[in-house]
Design a protein around this ligand. Structure first.
Ligand code: GUN
Length: 280
């Protein structure tokens, strides 16, 4: 029987700590707002954006919502980011991804000032993380490190296998685990005999984007399993990349979907916003 790593509870603890910190910063006259930009009306994005606004309200920081129509041009979006970069009170800028096809995500990410890049997606933020310099950490990987630490999992010296090499999760995840002194293996769609590589993992982090793909043959007895995937199964129920019912008896600890990694991303976004307000 694995311990269930409760991301809802841990993210709530983090938000409560941040709420206290925000109140203290307010006493020192330090405040700030998060600007959240959504282009178009992708329903999943709308849910994420609403959750982000609610989290801001909970911890006591202002959020500014920019809901732009699907036809917004790249130039118009870049102009808005330019304005927000120049606004003193705006301490964080988040452009919800994915963007419509006609807008280049890369250009948009690079337009956000690294001082306000609370998603941690700007190449400067990624570079800083890579060499251990101060900067905003990518929220999902930073959230996973918090899940591991706060649930008592040891990281230093452990073999961590990451499945996936995306810029948003896999790559920054592997770098953060390296920073935490894990021995890290990064695997991807071209990896040969993925199951035998995964069976060497003390900590298995699955961010491959394939619904219920990882069964017990991928998991070493006693491993910690972190499932980053989020999908709808054939019954429209949320599920991850891991076959939870198969993995749970083999693992020593495991994150559920929903209620594992998901809530941590927003908690870490809030943490980055508070860090930005602190830094002024
Ligand atoms: N779309 C899905 N996840 C994210 C995220 O963490 N940040 C942004 N900006 N867009 C997303």
């Amino acid at each position: 029987m694995a311990k269930i790593i409760d991301g809802k509870k841990i993210s709530q603890q983090i938000k409560d700590e941040l709420k206290e910190k925000v109140a203290k910063l307010k006493e020192q006259g330090k405040t700030g707002a998060l600007a959240v930009i959504q282009v178009g009306e992708d329903p999943a994005s709308s849910v994420y954006v609403r959750n982000k606004k609610n989290a801001c309200a909970y911890i006591g920081i202002e959020s500014l919502a920019y809901e732009l129509p699907e036809e917004t041009t790249e130039d118009e979006l870049l102009a808005l980011i330019g304005e927000l970069n120049a606004k003193e009170q705006v301490k964080g800028i988040l452009v919800q991804l994915p963007l419509p096809q006609h807008i280049c995500e890369d250009k948009v990410i690079r337009a956000i000032s690294p001082r306000k890049d609370v998603d941690g997606f700007h190449p400067q933020s990624v570079g800083a993380m890579t060499i251990g310099e101060p900067g905003f950490l990518s929220c999902t990987p930073a959230g996973i490190v918090q899940l591991l630490k706060r649930s008592g999992a040891e990281i230093a010296g452990k073999h961590c296998v990451v499945i996936g090499r995306s810029n948003i999760v896999g790559k920054p995840m592997s770098l953060l685990m390296l920073r935490e002194d894990a021995t890290v293996t990064v695997t991807h769609s071209k990896t040969q005999d993925l199951a035998s590589v995964c069976r060497q993992a003390d900590i298995l982090i699955v961010a491959m984007g394939k619904p219920q793909f990882i069964g017990k043959e991928y998991i070493k007895e006693g491993a910690v399993v972190i499932d980053v995937g989020i999908h709808r199964d054939e019954n429209n129920k949320l599920c991850g990349d891991v076959k939870f019912a198969e993995a749970e008896p083999v693992a020593s600890a495991i994150t559920p979907v929903p209620g594992g990694v998901g809530p941590m991303t927003i908690a870490m976004l809030m943490s980055n916003c508070v860090q930005s307000i602190e830094e002024g």
